[in-house]
Structure formats: structure tokens, C-alpha cells
Ligand binder design. Structure first.
Ligand SMILES: NC(=O)C1=CN([C@@H]2O[C@H](COP(=O)(O)OP(=O)(O)OC[C@H]3O[C@@H](n4cnc5c(N)ncnc54)[C@H](OP(=O)(O)O)[C@@H]3O)[C@@H](O)[C@H]2O)C=CC1
Ligand SMILES: CC(C)(CO)C(=O)C(=O)O
Length: 325
């Protein structure tokens, strides 16, 4: 199977290197020329179980291209027909130019997998009719990139793959979509990822989004690890109020939530108690956050449903006010 990973960050390098190790043909598209050169000359170092074990993937096992280069002159190798495009950039890194490049890379028989927190990219690709089917994935795997070609697998989780309701309108038949999804799940399993095909991926996406829209901004504002969020009564009060507002927005938007959000948040805080949330990491590193695609998405839903979302709106502004972009 031929995979093209767009975005050689933490998740991109993790999935790409494990697919290489499982014997698949893998290409990476990077944002910068420097990273493509570094990958092609030095290969990838993958640390498994955090620091306990490390594997080196030599450059003979994959190819890397920079998107910057493709933009000027599409490389024939980078645009050759691939079975799967796996997009692992952050939501805010998706620009009109980026979509145009994906359109050039996706062939008639290419499936696309969107692997990011928040909501935005998959809908955009579906609306633009790019690729034969757009799958979405929700993952609780943990990865951290330390250098341009070194990645740590910081925690094992589950990868849920599925096609959103919107994604089924494309030309490929439902049976073929299912077959391709099963095939990918099988490949991921063999590459060492616990993965499942879900026919309720919309719910899974919202479940992750709702958990992220409570834990991520509050840990980023208070600069605390996830577990500390439920460590005192004031924090718990705010967590509960944000959960209630988020549930009301879902109800008003016809999004069926079959779980108790506060319970889920508490479970994730306990299960990832020493984790630095991705939003806190972004804030500490001075990077742009994914707030617009997480809490910002809820605020948009509320607006469309004609209801107020004062708490999630305030939280969005608080996060956006930390760093200026
Ligand atoms: N890391 C994790 O453990 C988890 C992450 N997620 C989600 O997965 C998504 C990716 O996260 P993560 O891997 O951590 O993020 P990273 O920032 O590590 O990776 C994003 C990568 O995309 C690259 N990129 C940006 N723009 C382009 C472009 N135009 N063309 C090609 N590459 C580009 C970046 O390049 P550059 O570095 O040069 O800017 C970077 O390497 C996020 O939505 C995150 O929330 C979900 C679960 C777990
Ligand atoms: C679940 C959680 C909050 C784990 O840290 C996460 O997904 C993130 O940090 O983005």
C-alpha cells in the first residue's frame, strides 16, 4: 500500500514510521525544505514506549518532499498516485493554498484520512470533492516530536476511523467505503495501532471535541497538567458550567450526545493526569492554538442555532488573547 503523510510532525512521523516498519511504501510532505532534506539524509528515529526502546528508519525506506517545493514545481514523485493521503497538520495550518495542493495530490482512487483534533478540514475536503472518500480519525495515541526527524511515542491509545455522514455523498459506493476503511484499520492494527472502524465517527469526533473544549483551554489558561483540573472546587465548578453550556449547544444543534460530558472529562483528567494538554504546549511554545476549531466551533454552532454561548465565547477570546497572530 502507498501512503503519503502530509505534515511530518509528531503524529505524522509516528504513523508514517510505523507504516514504514510494517513494510508499506511511505512518502512524507513537509512544510519546509529543511525538514525534507533532514529526513532524506538522516532517516527517522522512533522512540517506542517513550524512552525504553528506539528504532531507526533509514532514508532508503521512505521519501520526503517539501510542500514549498511542490508549490513551485509539482514533483512527479510527490504527485504520483497513492492509495492513502494521511493529513496530520493542525487545523489552523490548513489554508486555501494547502487545499489546492491536496487537490493536486489526490487522484481518482485516493482515499484521504484526516487525523486532527477539532472540526474543519474533513468537511472542507468533502465540500471541495477532493479524493474518492474522506475518512476522519479520532486518536488517543500520544506523540511528541523532539527534532525534525525524531519522534517519541508517549502513550498508546485507540484510533477510531470512519466516514462522517457528510462524507458518504461522494461517488464511491458505501460497500467500497467500508472495505477501504476495514483495510486501513487492518493495516493500522498490523503496524501496531489499536484501531477500529466506527459507524458513529461523528459522535466520536464530537466526544473528543467536547472533552478538548473543556480540558485544553482551562489547562492552558491555568498552566496546569490535566489532572490538576479536578483538584479544587473552583476549577470543578467552572468545568461543570462549561460542560453544561456545551451540552446545551449540542442539544440545540441536533448533535446527539450519548454520554455524560462531565464524567468523561473527569475520566480523561484522571487517565492523563500528568499530561500537558496540546493547547498548553502550544501556548508555552508561543504557537497558534486550535481554539478556533474546538471552542470556536461550538460558538459557531450556538450562533447557527440562535442560542448564546457566553462561556465558550469568553474562553475562546481568553486563549486567543494570550499570543497574537
Ligand atoms: N501529538 C499528539 O499526541 C496528538 C495530536 N493530535 C492532533 O493531531 C494534529 C497534529 O498534531 P501534532 O502532530 O502533534 O502536531 P505537530 O505540530 O507536531 O505537526 C503538524 C505538522 O504539520 C506540518 N505542516 C504545517 N503546515 C504544513 C503544510 N502546509 N504542508 C506540510 N506540512 C505542514 C508542521 O510543519 P512545521 O513543524 O514545519 O511547522 C508539523 O510538522 C493536531 O490536530 C493535534 O491536535 C491528536 C491526538 C494526539
Ligand atoms: C485528551 C487531551 C486533553 C489529552 O491531553 C488531548 O487530546 C489534548 O491535549 O489535545
Amino acid at each position: 500500500m502507498v501512503f503519503h503523510i502530509i505534515g511530518a510532525g509528531a503524529l505524522g512521523l509516528l504513523y508514517g514510521s510505523k507504516l514504514c516498519l510494517a513494510g508499506h511504501e511511505v512518502m512524507f510532505s513537509t512544510r519546509t525544505e529543511e525538514q525534507a532534506i533532514c529526513l532524506n539524509s538522516e532517516g527517522i528515529t522512533l522512540h517506542l514506549h517513550n524512552h525504553d526502546m528506539k528504532t531507526h528508519i533509514t532514508p532508503a525506506h521512505f521519501q520526503a518532499f517539501s510542500m514549498a517545493n511542490c508549490k513551485l514545481k509539482p514533483s512527479t514523485a510527490a504527485t504520483r498516485a497513492v492509495d492513502w493521503l494521511i493529513i496530520t497538520v493542525k487545523q489552523w495550518q490548513v489554508t486555501a493554498d494547502f487545499i489546492k495542493q491536496i487537490e493536486n495530490m489526490a487522484h481518482r482512487n485516493t482515499n484521504i484520512l484526516c487525523l486532527q483534533n477539532g472540526i474543519g478540514l474533513a468537511d472542507f475536503l468533502i465540500d471541495s470533492n477532493i479524493g474518492q472518500a474522506v475518512f476522519s480519525a479520532v486518536t488517543t495515541e500520544g506523540a511528541k516530536r523532539s527534532q525534525c526527524n525524531e519522534v517519541f511515542h508517549t502513550g498508546s491509545g485507540n484510533t477510531m476511523i470512519g466516514i462522517t455522514k457528510k462524507g458518504t455523498t461522494q461517488t464511491i459506493s458505501c460497500d467500497d467505503i467500508k472495505k477501504n476503511g476495514e483495510n486501513l484499520t487492518d493495516i493500522f492494527q498490523k503496524a501496531g495501532f489499536r484501531s477500529f472502524l466506527s459507524n458513529k465517527i461523528d459522535i466520536e469526533i464530537y466526544k473528543k471535541l467536547l472533552i478538548n473544549c473543556i480540558i485544553n483551554p482551562l489547562t492552558a489558561i491555568w498552566r496546569i497538567p490535566n489532572g490538576e483540573l479536578i483538584a479544587n472546587a473552583d476549577r470543578i465548578k467552572l468545568v461543570q458550567q462549561l460542560c453544561q453550556e456545551a451540552e446545551l449547544i449540542c442539544q440545540a444543534s441536533g448533535i446527539h450526545i450519548d454520554f455524560d460530558l462531565y464524567d468523561q472529562v473527569v475520566q480523561v483528567c484522571k487517565g492523563t493526569s500528568s499530561n500537558t494538554s496540546s493547547m498548553l504546549k502550544d501556548v508555552l511554545q508561543g504557537n497558534q492554538t486550535e481554539i478556533d476549531y474546538i471552542n470556536g466551533h461550538l460558538v459557531k454552532l450556538a450562533l447557527a442555532a440562535n442560542i448564546e454561548a457566553p462561556m465558550h465565547s469568553t474562553i475562546t477570546h481568553l486563549i486567543k488573547g494570550i499570543n497574537s497572530f
